[in-house]
Design a protein around this ligand. Structure first.
Ligand code: HEM
Length: 183
């Protein structure tokens, strides 16, 4: 079934779903309860019940330039590749200080100071990704970030995550949980 953007998503941690939960690690702030499996449901299908549920939606991009948008479009792979047997769900909440900044100041931190986009582009097409927003939905996080990759690229993904967490942008992260998955 084709779903027209913006695409709603529900992540359910519980006993059903395509992904086996390998670990749930709090990076900053409160963790999420442990669960055995994760379901990622896009669109309007009814979600299974579970231990925890996180909701979000795809949206328009906020920060990328035309050149970055084209570079991303050219390099980014689709989700659901058969070789993508590893995945990460990383919910992130940013601080009030971040949200009080102006758009140009946030862009400055995200890219000119932290190189989020240019750094991330170096990991394409190994990593497939989707960004969901949930700040305006009364959810505990601002973003639900989703990544899929092959087992052979797991080490590279760790490098990328570690580098982003050392960046100035991450000084504005006040809650982050790292959920790692396999299928
Ligand atoms: C795999 C390579 C990656 C690429 C190519 C990439 C690219 C991007 C881009 C282009 C945006 C901005 C979208 C916009 O204009 O609104 C973005 C936002 C974001 N990314 Fe990444 N990213 C990558 C990896 C990661 C990783 C590993 C994490 C988490 C550890 C992450 C967390 C986020 C978050 C939380 C946002 C939203 C930031 C905000 O709007 O304040 N990204 N990413």
């Amino acid at each position: 079934v084709m779903v027209v953007p913006p695409i709603p998503v529900i992540f359910v941690g519980g006993v059903t779903g395509e992904w086996r939960i390998e670990r749930i690690a709090p990076v900053r702030g409160e963790s999420l309860p442990s669960a055995a499996r994760l379901a990622r449901i896009e669109g309007t299908s009814p979600p299974p019940s579970g231990v925890w549920t996180l909701r979000g939606t795809t949206s328009n991009e906020r920060y990328v330039t035309r050149a970055e948008k084209e570079a991303l479009r050219a390099a980014q792979p689709v989700l659901g590749r058969s070789e993508s047997t590893r995945a990460a769900l990383i919910p992130v909440r940013k601080s009030a200080a971040w949200w009080e900044l102006a758009q140009d100041e946030r862009r400055q931190i995200l890219e000119e100071r932290s190189r989020h986009v240019s750094l991330g582009l170096r990991y394409l097409p190994a990593i497939a990704r989707r960004l969901y927003h949930c700040r305006d939905m009364g959810e505990p996080f601002d973003f639900l970030t989703w990544f899929e990759y092959a087992e052979d690229d797991a080490k590279r993904f760790e490098e990328l995550v570690a580098e982003l967490r050392r960046s100035p942008e991450w000084e504005f992260v006040e809650r982050e949980v790292d959920v790692r998955l396999a299928r």
